[in-house]
Design a binder for this molecule. Structure first.
Ligand SMILES: NC(=O)c1ccc[n+]([C@@H]2O[C@H](COP(=O)([O-])OP(=O)(O)OC[C@H]3O[C@@H](n4cnc5c(N)ncnc54)[C@H](OP(=O)(O)O)[C@@H]3O)[C@@H](O)[C@H]2O)c1
Length: 302
């Protein structure tokens, strides 16, 4: 079958013939119909070996009935073992969920990484009812979904998006305020969802209120941040700087099912703004890398 493989020598990816997946006990064999491109996958490409196969998101159709899923069933799944940018993949059944008819494959492809990360960040925050939250990278794949889920949970959301065109629609999605740089945000905040790193993380630590939490869940800028004990005095006492990864906890399948229901009910807009056949993979990688898309870029297969 065909798959996209890493070619670090050329600084990109290529198509290659690879072995068919052989589902182990407890796995479901899926024909992949769509994947989305995550910044994390792009960040992993240069440091990974030649031939490494990227891809965490899976939206597709079950090929063989097994483990509670039936052949022909439309599903969404998370492949933590990478390799979903391929025609077929085998995924552990606990990371697979049935897809309602109302949810297209392109929308579904955004759920395993981007939407699951947003869901779990919000859940880890405890109650957000009446809380003030700040979302950096709010025009990005995770950010747009975070704005919606935090707002739906009752928070007053401030969104940071550097570019006015990409920030379009964030108010309608639930942001009470949209700013083009973090230092223009009106703190203090009970929770900050921070994924840019560098000076953005430094500013987040200046904007978190006493006992609040800065969730550091990414470093899109690639810059580091000095952190000092004394900077927490003067209004940030007992604040928490928390490292966050979305695979914390189990229950991937049920969480994907919950997210798919939100999309089906029209309560979650996953923000797909680029959808092309996977032959255009390099174009999608460039668009996400250089942030010329708002929200998510999706590749369709077959
Ligand atoms: N911890 C986890 O489990 C987890 C899970 C998923 C993603 N992540 C991380 O979370 C971050 C967001 O992921 P994503 O897939 O939503 O990425 P994305 O779609 O590329 O969004 C990144 C956002 O950050 C903004 N940004 C601000 N400064 C930036 C800079 N210097 N370089 C690049 N982007 C910058 C972008 O641009 P504009 O403001 O210009 O629009 C964009 O809105 C990434 O760092 C990713 O690796 C972590």
């Amino acid at each position: 079958m065909r798959a996209i493989v890493n070619t670090p020598a050329t600084g990109g990816v290529a198509f290659a013939e690879v072995a068919e997946p052989l589902p182990a006990d407890g796995e479901v064999l899926i024909e992949v119909k769509a994947v989305s491109v995550n910044r994390g996958e792009i960040l992993n490409l240069p440091g990974s070996p030649e031939g490494w196969r990227p891809g965490w998101d899976v939206a597709g159709v079950v090929l063989e009935s097994s483990n509670g899923f039936t052949a022909g069933q439309r599903v969404v799944a998370l492949s933590l073992a990478d390799g979903s940018w391929a025609e077929r993949i085998a995924v552990p059944a606990e990371a697979v969920a049935a897809l309602p008819d109302a949810v297209g494959f392109a929308e579904a492809a955004t759920l395993p990484v981007a939407a699951l990360t947003a869901l779990r960040l919000v859940r880890e925050s405890g109650t957000l009812l009446g809380r003030r939250v700040l979302v950096t990278g709010a025009a990005g794949g995770v950010g747009r979904i975070l704005v919606q889920l935090a707002s739906a949970a009752g928070a007053e959301v401030t969104a940071v998006a550097r570019n006015a065109a990409r920030a379009k629609g964030l108010n309608e999605l639930g942001a009470a305020a949209v700013v083009t740089e973090i230092d223009a945000a009106d703190g203090p905040f009970d929770a900050v969802y921070e994924s840019v790193g560098g000076t953005s993380l430094a500013s987040a630590l200046n904007l978190v209120g006493p006992g609040g939490t800065v969730f550091s869940y990414g470093n899109s800028s690639g810059e580091s941040t000095p952190v000092d004990f004394f900077q927490f005095f003067g209004g940030h006492e007992q604040a928490v700087l928390r490292h966050f990864v979305f695979v914390t906890g189990a229950q991937v399948g049920p969480d994907l099912a919950a997210l798919a229901r939100l999309v089906a009910d029209g309560r979650l807009d996953v923000g797909v703004s680029f959808t092309k056949d996977w032959a255009h993979v390099e174009e999608a990688l460039t668009a996400v890398r250089e942030r010329t898309v708002a929200g998510k870029a999706v590749l369709t297969i077959g």
